[in-house]
Design a protein around this ligand. Structure first.
Ligand SMILES: Cc1cc2nc3c(=O)[nH]c(=O)nc-3n(C[C@H](O)[C@H](O)[C@H](O)COP(=O)(O)OP(=O)(O)OC[C@H]3O[C@@H](n4cnc5c(N)ncnc54)[C@H](O)[C@@H]3O)c2cc1C
Length: 407
């Protein structure tokens, strides 16, 4: 057996993504020793934009990261909702100062890579966190007292003949994303399934984008597809995502997409929309996966968080947010309950599961509503036009108004 750094109270987190790094920081803040295992040997700036709604900013504030995030974020003034038939908004949901006043924290958007870099820098500066990049979790076992883990080196320069590495600790947290090894291989649960939806993404300089779109989140609804766009990177970049009903299946984040096929798919949409879509010279795509609610996230000393627990369609823009909320709750329960780790993990699950499943249901409902065809879409648009804009926001108070207990 290779060298072991065994520590009876050490918590192991698989995955240095958004949820894993946030969980490590929340645990370390409560003086718990943590090791984060990440298969990537380098956290490259992959991906595009994510929403950091008020419910996540409460956690970022507690971690003291708000100032570090500020140069990278944008606080859109509003969400403007258009349709495949007209670029005149059918609704405008106020964000900006209205959201900040209502929820006590701002509604922000950020590039995933910028958020991960801020979290990573804070984790590196934290004496209680050990980071092991280029290390893939392969397997794990547990008994009443501890967990035992098996790793392999991963990454371009990894030697396939190298012996496996082992370690022991108090708990294993699977924050290893939508294709989670902890979920599928170690806990034996059903993984995420392809949803028949594909997301096309591009990031371009904001200077190329008409002024009208630089300060808002745009949401275009149409038959079997919708489009989301917003500024990023402190207002320097612009994020475009087209989400289409297309049953392409591959477990990758960044496949090259066919730009012409994408543009042709939206050829009947309003001119302003088509002009935006034609700005990027190339597009990347990833296949959207989701899980069915109802499976347990905890087995003894093993627990799941983020996408590994509840991968959902990104149609409520809450994937990262739920991972961040999970991280806060996990750290609270674990730090108070190290004398009985399985009980602490069950308490974490009991606190989080209903809320995450409610957001999963919202994402599925949005899938139906956003992609309606006529005549149903006419009724949808009429309802949206009729509702006062603050009412549209108030319907999401249960979501954005969340905060950690005591915050
Ligand atoms: C490279 C990448 C790009 C993404 N781009 C986007 C995007 O553009 N838009 C969007 O909405 N969402 C994107 N996501 C997903 C988004 O980050 C999540 O939906 C959300 O933030 C919840 O995060 P999470 O912490 O649960 O998982 P993630 O942020 O997905 O992190 C999971 C981490 O676990 C690591 N991992 C997986 N298996 C193992 C293993 N066996 N051992 C060790 N480490 C392991 C992965 O390398 C990854 O770093 C991306 C995710 C990744 C990994």
């Amino acid at each position: 057996m290779a060298q072991s750094r065994s520590d009876a109270n050490r918590i192991f987190i698989a995955g240095a993504g958004i949820g894993g790094l946030t969980a490590a920081l929340c645990l370390s803040r409560r003086s718990r020793p943590v090791t984060v295992i990440e298969q990537a040997s380098e956290l490259r700036p992959v991906g595009s934009g994510l929403q950091l709604p008020p419910n996540t900013m409460q956690v970022m504030r507690e971690l003291g990261l708000e100032d570090a995030l500020l140069p990278h974020v944008v606080a859109p003034r509003a969400i403007q909702v258009m349709t495949a038939h007209s670029e005149d908004p059918v609704a405008e949901i106020p964000l900006g100062a209205t959201a900040e006043k209502r929820y006590g924290a701002p509604y922000l958007v950020i590039h995933r890579a910028d958020l991960q870099a801020v979290l990573l820098q804070a984790a590196r500066a934290s004496a209680g966190i050990t980071l092991r990049l280029g290390t893939r979790l392969r397997d794990a076992a547990q008994n009443a007292d501890r967990i035992k883990l098996e790793f392999e080196r991963a990454g371009d320069d990894a030697d396939p003949q190298a012996p496996l590495d082992h370690d022991t600790g108090a708990a294993l947290i699977g924050a290893d994303g939508v294709w989670s090894t902890v979920r599928r291989r170690i806990m034996g649960l059903r993984g995420a399934a392809f949803s028949g939806r594909t997301a096309y993404r591009a990031v371009i300089p904001v200077s190329e984008v008409p002024q009208r779109w630089r300060n808002v989140t745009g949401l275009w609804l149409g038959p079997r597809a919708h489009i989301v766009h917003y500024p990023l990177a402190g207002g320097e970049q612009f994020n475009l995502v087209a989400l289409v009903e297309e049953d392409w299946q591959e477990e990758v984040w960044s496949a090259q997409a066919d730009r012409d096929a994408l543009l042709s798919r939206f050829r009947d949409w309003p001119r302003g929309c088509r002009e935006l879509l034609s700005l990027p010279s190339s597009w990347l795509k990833w296949a959207l996966c989701s899980m069915d609610p109802g499976t347990s996230w905890v087995d003894g000393r093993f627990a799941l968080l983020g996408d590994a627990a509840h991968a959902m369609l990104p149609f409520a823009a809450q994937g990262a947010a739920m991972a961040i909320e999970d991280a806060d709750a996990l750290a609270r329960h674990l730090s108070e309950g190290m004398d009985d780790v399985p009980r602490a993990l069950r308490a974490y699950e009991a606190e989080r599961q209903d809320r995450a499943e409610r957001v999963m249901r919202l994402s599925r409902a949005n899938d139906r509503i956003y992609h309606m065809r006529r005549p149903l879409s006419l009724a949808r648009d009429a309802v949206m036009r009729a509702l006062p804009s603050e009412r549209l926001l108030a319907r999401l108070d249960w979501l954005y108004g969340w905060r950690p207990p005591g915050a």
